[in-house]
Design a protein around this ligand. Structure first.
Ligand SMILES: [Zn+2]
Length: 574
C-alpha cells in the first residue's frame, strides 16, 4: 500500500529486511536425522505397513494407535542407530545413501512383492553387470527421482549448527537416551499386538526398509568375511569308484543341466495345458513331476542342492563351508567341468575347472552382453574328444531368468503371443507375462533336447546320461507376487516346485545296471534337491561313507544280480 508523506510525495511502505526465501535453514544434526527417518518410514515402507496392519479396520482407534506406536518406535530406533554414526561431516552422505537405497528397494518391493532378506540381497549383489542393468527399468525413474534423488539432494540443503565437542557429545547422549526410552515405551504400549505380529508374520521384518537392506548387507558382510579365504572342508574323503567299474569298456560322460527359474507347473511334461515341451516329449526321458527345490533363489538352491545337507539339515554356514558333490566325484576320478551362462557356481565348483560363457562372443548366440543357453554346447565336441576318462559337465543355464523373459529365447520361439517385451512387468498384462515366460521354457525344452541329441551322438565313445533340474520356480503374478526369492516358509508352491527330467543312454543303463521302467514307475513320488547329492554318487557307482542309499533315486532300480547274492548269502551262512 502506498502512503502519502508529509511532503506530499508517494513513498513505498517501509519493509523490514527479511531473509531471502532461498536462505538455507539451520538445523541440528539430530533434527535432520529425525526428519529423514520419518520420511523413510512413511515413503518407502508401503509393503511393511500393509503387512503390519493387514486385517485391521481403519475406522478403529486401535488400528491408528498401533500404527502410530509402531511409527514412533521404529523412528526412535532408526534414529538411535543413526545417532551412533551421524556427525556433521558424515550425516549427509549417510542419509543420502539410505534415501536412495530405500527408493530403489521400495520400488521393487512394491512392484514384485519381494522380501529383502539376506538371500535376496545376495541375489541382487551377485548378479553381473548385465543382470543389474535389467534390474533398472525406465518405469522406476519417476519413483526414484521423486522419492530418492530429490530428498537425497534436499539433505544437503540445510546448514548444520556447530557445537563444541563436549557439548555435542552431551546433547547426542541426551537424544540417544530419549530415543531409546520413547521407542521402548511405544513398543510396550502395543506389545501384545506387536509380539503376535512378529510371531505369526516374522517375515514382515524383511519389509521394513532400509533396516532390511542394512541388516542383510551387514549379515552378508559378516558371514562372508571368513568364507572365501578358507579352503572348503572335505566331504567324502574316502570316495572311490565302485565294483561295477572293473568290467567297464567305455568311459562315462554325464551332463547335469542346472536350469534357472523354470517352474514345474508350466512344463507340459507335468500336465500343463500348453505344449511347452514338444521336443522332450519325443525323447526317451524319465520325468519327475513332483520335485521340490531347496530354496527359492539361486543363491540358496545352488549350494544346497550340491551339498550333503540339503533342505532337511539346512545350515547355510555348513553348506558354504563344505565341499560339494562335484568335489567328491572329482576325488573319485571324474573330470568335472562347470560351464556357466549365468552368475557363476556360488562356490559349488571352487577349485574345479570352470568356464564362464555368458560374455562369450558367439555372434549367432550372443547380444547385448547376454548369450542364449545354446552357448553351453559350444565346443563340447572338443571337450569330449580331448578328455581321457570320465567326464561330468554341469551346464548352468540362464533359463527363464526374469524379469526380461523375452530376452531368453530367439525370435523363432516367440510362439505364445503377444509376449511381454518389457523388463518392467507392470507394463504388461498377466497373459503377456505368462506368454513370454512360456516361450522361454519352450527354448529350454529345445536346449535340453539338443543336449540329449549331443549325448546320443557321443555314444560311440562314452556311456552317456543327462539330468536336468531347475534351481527354483517363479511367481508370475499369482497373488500379486512376481519373480522369486520369497523366504522359504512362506514361499508359494510355484516358487518351490521345479521340473526334473532324466535321460540315460542304453549303454549307460546296461553298464550301470539300471532298470529304466522301474525308474519311470517310481518317478511319480515326491522327490527334491536333497536327492541330487546321493543320486549322483549312486548312479555313477561312487563308493563313500557320505552316500545315503535312502536318498538315491536310482537305488531301488538297480536290480542286484540275484544268483550271486544268494551264493554270497550261503557262503556267509556257513
Ligand atoms: Zn535361480
Amino acid at each position: 500500500m502506498m502512503t502519502v508523506s508529509a511532503t506530499g510525495v508517494l513513498t513505498p511502505p517501509t519493509v523490514l529486511p527479511s531473509k531471502p526465501w532461498f536462505q538455507r535453514p539451520a538445523l541440528q544434526v539430530e533434527t535432520l536425522v529425525l526428519l529423514c527417518v520419518g520420511f523413510l518410514l512413511l515413503s518407502g515402507n508401503g509393503p511393511f505397513w500393509r503387512a503390519a496392519l493387514a486385517g485391521r479396520g481403519w475406522g478403529l482407534a486401535a488400528t491408528w494407535g498401533f500404527a502410530v506406536a509402531l511409527l514412533t518406535a521404529f523412528s526412535a530406533f532408526y534414529f538411535a542407530f543413526l545417532a551412533l554414526l551421524a556427525t556433521r561431516l558424515t550425516v549427509r552422505p549417510l542419509l543420502s545413501v539410505l534415501v536412495l537405497c530405500t527408493a530403489f528397494a521400495s520400488w521393487y518391493m512394491d512392484h514384485y512383492a519381494i522380501y529383502m532378506d539376506r538371500a535376496m540381497l545376495r541375489n541382487v549383489l551377485a548378479t553381473n553387470v548385465n543382470e543389474a542393468r535389467e534390474l533398472f527399468v525406465w518405469g522406476m525413474l519417476p519413483h526414484l527421482l521423486l522419492l530418492g534423488v530429490l530428498p537425497a539432494a534436499l539433505v544437503w540443503w540445510p546448514q548444520l549448527k556447530r557445537r563444541s565437542l563436549g557439548r555435542a557429545l552431551a546433547v547426542r547422549l541426551g537424544w540417544l537416551a530419549a530415543a531409546l526410552a520413547v521407542g521402548t515405551a511405544s513398543l510396550l504400549l502395543v506389545f501384545a499386538d506387536f509380539a503376535s505380529l512378529m510371531r505369526n508374520h516374522k517375515e514382515v521384518r524383511y519389509l521394513l526398509t532400509p533396516g532390511n537392506v542394512v541388516a542383510a548387507l551387514a549379515g552378508n558382510a559378516l558371514g562372508g568375511v571368513q568364507r572365501p579365504s578358507q579352503p572348503k572342508l572335505p566331504v567324502g574323503e574316502d570316495a572311490r569308484l565302485g565294483a561295477s567299474w572293473s568290467g567297464r569298456t567305455r568311459p562315462v560322460m554325464f551332463v547335469l543341466i542346472v536350469g534357472e527359474t523354470a517352474r514345474a507347473q508350466n512344463f507340459s511334461l507335468n500336465g500343463y495345458a500348453r505344449q511347452t515341451n514338444p521336443l522332450l516329449a519325443r525323447q526317451d526321458v524319465i520325468n519327475f513331476p513332483h520335485a521340490t527345490a531347496c530354496g527359492t533363489s539361486t543363491e540358496v538352491s545352488l549350494p544346497c542342492m550340491f551339498s550333503p545337507y540339503g533342505r532337511i539339515h539346512y545350515d547355510e554356514e555348513k553348506i558354504r563351508a563344505h565341499e560339494s558333490v562335484l568335489h567328491v566325484l572329482a576325488r573319485a576320478g571324474f573330470k568335472v567341468l562347470w560351464r556357466d551362462n549365468q552368475s557363476g557356481c556360488k562356490g559349488v565348483c571352487d577349485g574345479l575347472p570352470a568356464e564362464q560363457l555368458d560374455d562369450a562372443k558367439v555372434e549367432a548366440l550372443c547380444a547385448e552382453g547376454h548369450c542364449l543357453d545354446e552357448v553351453l554346447l559350444q565346443g563340447m565336441e572338443g571337450v569330449a574328444r580331448d578328455t581321457q576318462g570320465n567326464l561330468l559337465v554341469v551346464m548352468h543355464q540362464l533359463g527363464s531368468h526374469g524379469p526380461a523373459y523375452f530376452k531368453r529365447y530367439p525370435a523363432v520361439f516367440r510362439q505364445f503371443a503377444p509376449a511381454c517385451q518389457n523388463e518392467d512387468l507392470s507394463a504388461c498384462t498377466a497373459a503377456e507375462i505368462v506368454n513370454a515366460y512360456d516361450n522361454s521354457l519352450l527354448y529350454t525344452d529345445f536346449f535340453v533336447s539338443k543336449v540329449i541329441d549331443f549325448l546320443v551322438g557321443a555314444q560311440q565313445q562314452y556311456d552317456t546320461a543327462m539330468v536336468y533340474v531347475s534351481d527354483h520356480g517363479e511367481s508370475l503374478g499369482e497373488g500379486g507376487l512376481y519373480l522369486h526369492g520369497m523366504p522359504y516358509p512362506i514361499a508359494p508352491e510355484v516358487q518351490k516346485r521345479v521340473p526334473l527330467v532324466m535321460w540315460l543312454s542304453p549303454g549307460f543303463r546296461r553298464s550301470f545296471n539300471i532298470d529304466q521302467e522301474c525308474l519311470r514307475t517310481n518317478a511319480g513320488a515326491e522327490v527334491s534337491h536333497d536327492n541330487l547329492f546321493h543320486s549322483l554318487l549312486g548312479v555313477l557307482d561312487v563308493q563313500t561313507l557320505a552316500y545315503d542309499k535312502s536318498l538315491d533315486l536310482f537305488a531301488p532300480c538297480r536290480p542286484a544280480p540275484t544268483p550271486v547274492v544268494a551264493l554270497n548269502g550261503l557262503e556267509k551262512a556257513h
